[in-house]
Design a protein around this ligand. Structure first.
Ligand SMILES: Cc1cc2nc3c(=O)[nH]c(=O)nc-3n(C[C@H](O)[C@H](O)[C@H](O)COP(=O)(O)OP(=O)(O)OC[C@H]3O[C@@H](n4cnc5c(N)ncnc54)[C@H](O)[C@@H]3O)c2cc1C
Length: 383
């Protein structure tokens, strides 16, 4: 691959959003380069759950999701109150797939390269380059100790939750919370087709178990509480405390060993209303495009990335100039007209109301337990 070649579109970030954007852009006829700072596609193993009734996966892969990527299917979530005295089982009208994230990302990377895009790993995006009209027309990059500039007609910023491109474009940051995740082997998972959530109170958050089989699961902890004290919590230590003492978690994990541990940030709401600048659009986590209720960032990132890539790919393949203000505003409008945008906004509102009710109106575990039937009724309406 030739980094000195001319590109119409440079995508920063080879996660789900960037690879989807790169696929669509290349399919629209644009000369497309996707760069990533990491030495491997899918360095981080993140989400596990996607809805099966989506169309974007098959659209990108041009085939159904390969069976080896699917660990299981479920329609059920079991949610326990913070005291563990009560629980509810929510049945959704759609099926969720429990997937293997890394091979999933390899499949999307294959589609992206197959569409004609180039992929450059170990390549770090630095400063945005602006032309005389203050439009983004390229990037300064670093790879293997060398500094070089990439010039293009538009940059798609898919550089994740801590996006440096977003910072440079002076766009606001979405709210995030940290998650500590472990993959276990040798556990006792009673129902391999049920996702389990154990709510936490003071500080508010959740523990989760997503089965991969009878003994294997992806588990973790996250705190939603945005207070400075809660944000300083040592999540790993808190997880270990719950692992030993939580009545149900300790049962499920008795005798289990970890085969993977990781810290990462989850977008916690705050889908950016404004996510373009002349020559630049943000997609995926970089733009907060993650469902606030269930961290549905995989499909929303793919959908938003694909929509942006398709639109800008077609524009830049046809025009011999940087995608200026009017084109980028139009790109944002096209993205906001999608079903994905509508559901992102709807989820944000519902999640805000549920958390407000659960943890701000009701304060103690006892109050939550006393109101459990009402909470379950409210939750059933939002599945
Ligand atoms: C613990 C956890 C559990 C989750 N569970 C689910 C789930 O069950 N279902 C679901 O749908 N979603 C889930 N999510 C959310 C989902 O994983 C994310 O929303 C999604 O992966 C974001 O994709 P992205 O492409 O926007 O960003 P990322 O995957 O973060 O990709 C960004 C890429 O940009 C690269 N990059 C950053 N800076 C630069 C730079 N300067 N130069 C070059 N490259 C750069 C990074 O190396 C990275 O590869 C979960 C997230 C976490 C953390």
């Amino acid at each position: 691959m030739n980094l000195n070649a001319e590109y119409d579109i440079v995508v920063v970030g080879a996660g789900v959003a960037g690879l989807s954007a790169g696929t669509a852009s290349a399919r629209s006829g644009a000369r497309t380069l996707v760069i990533d700072a990491a030495p491997e596609v899918a360095m981080k193993t993140k989400g596990e759950i996607i809805r099966s009734d989506n169309t974007i996966v098959e659209n990108i892969l041009e085939k159904p999701l390969p069976a080896h990527i699917i660990n299981g299917k479920t329609k059920h979530r079991r949610i326990y109150s913070p005291s563990s005295k009560n629980h509810m089982v929510l049945e959704s009208s759609y099926e969720s797939l429990m997937i293997e994230y890394r091979p999933f990302l390899y499949e999307i990377a294959r589609a992206c390269i197959g569409a004609g895009a180039s992929l450059a790993l170990n390549t770090i995006a630095g400063e945005l380059i602006l032309n005389d009209e203050e439009e983004v027309c390229g990037l300064n990059c670093r790879s293997g100790g060398e500094h070089f500039s990439l010039h293009c007609k538009a940059v798609i910023g898919a550089d994740g939750h801590s996006s440096r491109l977003r910072e440079q474009a002076s766009l606001p940051s979405p709210a995030t919370c940290t998650a500590y995740k472990v993959v276990i082997e040798g556990g006792n998972i009673p129902d391999t087709d049920v996702l389990e959530f154990f709510l936490l109170n003071n500080p508010s958050g959740a523990l989760w178990i997503f089965p991969k089989g009878g003994n294997c699961a992806e588990c973790g902890i996250t705190l939603w509480d945005q207070s400075p004290e809660a944000q300083k919590t040592n999540l790993q230590a808190l997880w270990e405390q719950h692992r030993m003492n939580h009545p149900l978690l300790s049962e499920r994990l008795a005798g289990a060993s970890y085969v993977l541990t990781s810290f990462d940030k989850l977008i916690f709401g705050g889908v950016l209303e404004e996510f373009v600048r002349p020559g630049l659009v943000l997609v995926g986590d970089a733009a907060g495009q993650v469902g606030a209720r269930g961290s549905s960032g995989i499909l929303s990132g793919m959908n938003m990335g694909y929509t942006a890539g398709e639109f800008l790919g077609a524009c830049t393949a046809a025009e011999n100039a940087v995608a200026g203000k009017a084109i980028m505003e139009r790109c944002m409008q096209v993205m906001k007209k999608t079903e994905t945008w509508r559901s992102l906004k709807e989820e944000e509102e519902k999640a805000r109301m549920t958390r407000h009710f659960l943890f701000e109106i009701l304060k103690t575990n006892e109050e939550i337990d006393n109101a459990w039937d009402a909470i379950a009724e409210m939750a059933a309406k939002t599945v």
